[in-house]
Design a protein around this ligand. Sequence first.
Ligand code: NAP
Length: 327
Amino acid sequence: MTQTKQAKESTMRAIALDRFGGPETLKVQTIPTPEPDADEILIHVESAGVGAWDPFEREGGFVEVLGQTPNFPYVLGTDGAGTVAAVGEDVKELKEGDRVYAAELGNPKGGFYAEYAVVKADNAALMPSGLSMDQAAVLPSDGLTALRGLEDVLSLEANESVMIFGASGGIGHLAVQLAKRLGARVFAVASGEDGVSFVKRLGADAAVDGRSDNVLDVARDFAPDGIDAALVTAGGEATDRALAALRPGGRVAYPNGVMPEPKAPKGVNTKAYDGEGGREAIDRLNELIEAGPFEVHVHQVFPLEQAAEAQAALEEHHLGKIALRVG
Ligand SMILES: NC(=O)c1ccc[n+]([C@@H]2O[C@H](COP(=O)([O-])OP(=O)(O)OC[C@H]3O[C@@H](n4cnc5c(N)ncnc54)[C@H](OP(=O)(O)O)[C@@H]3O)[C@@H](O)[C@H]2O)c1
């Protein structure tokens, strides 16, 4: 036992799977509250992010890809926000009562669709100021994925042009704002008219509807010599056609999971990556977000017991993210 205090209940309500499968596996259960080890914190969760990848995890996809042996009852939820309820003895940077947000994938102690979650302290940070719990909850996985794609994979420089494909979605709407903050010129390919207005409001220099507009024509006006880089969050024929707007020697990044895998023209360097967390990355995300106004868009919030409805809503057209209110 490494907790400093017993600021928690021994059991908690959670959406816990007894087996992998369809939405019918998402049941509220009472299960033991996880215990933090020395380098971990226990979070009293108020809100959880509903990830585009959650149905894949629910069906057992992640344990297969990660080669893990699942612990049932299995709690979904890669990210969330709440208050620190206990800290392990080696944790120095966070303390009980701190309002934090965190992301951890494939956590054997369970995820955020629960009243309590344990994560490595290095995967958590104080919530950026001005965000609600729901906004903070949906931010870390997609925020880190946007940040790593733009800065670490594409090495985006100020004054370069960047296409964000899927710009009105979870990663996309954060990437539009982060890319602007890095000084880039942003060409946003959003979904629907509402998506186009949304990303323009977020600061995109040019925006098109990737489901209907002629992306290439608008892209050529935007960057007659071709776009320098692209962050792609949705795959398919429309994506591959849009990538013809990249200049020779341009760069494309896409997070693993985007299907079908994007195909860029010859002479364009394409890389798949993961939005890995860790202290340095989450601190960098906080710093960029706090440097000015920043919108984390929560399209809809569902109560914990409606996790199946929340996951079904992922399939419908929406802007930004979906949250699950736990507390
Ligand atoms: N490897 C990693 O570390 C990692 C981390 C996070 C996410 N991911 C993966 O990255 C992908 C994106 O995640 P996300 O959270 O951003 O998902 P998301 O919120 O579903 O975003 C994808 C967006 O692309 C839009 N879109 C689809 N086709 C389009 C088109 N032709 N033109 C313009 N927009 C189009 C969708 O619009 P609609 O609203 O119309 O559907 C949606 O807004 C998922 O596959 C996820 O699993 C991987």
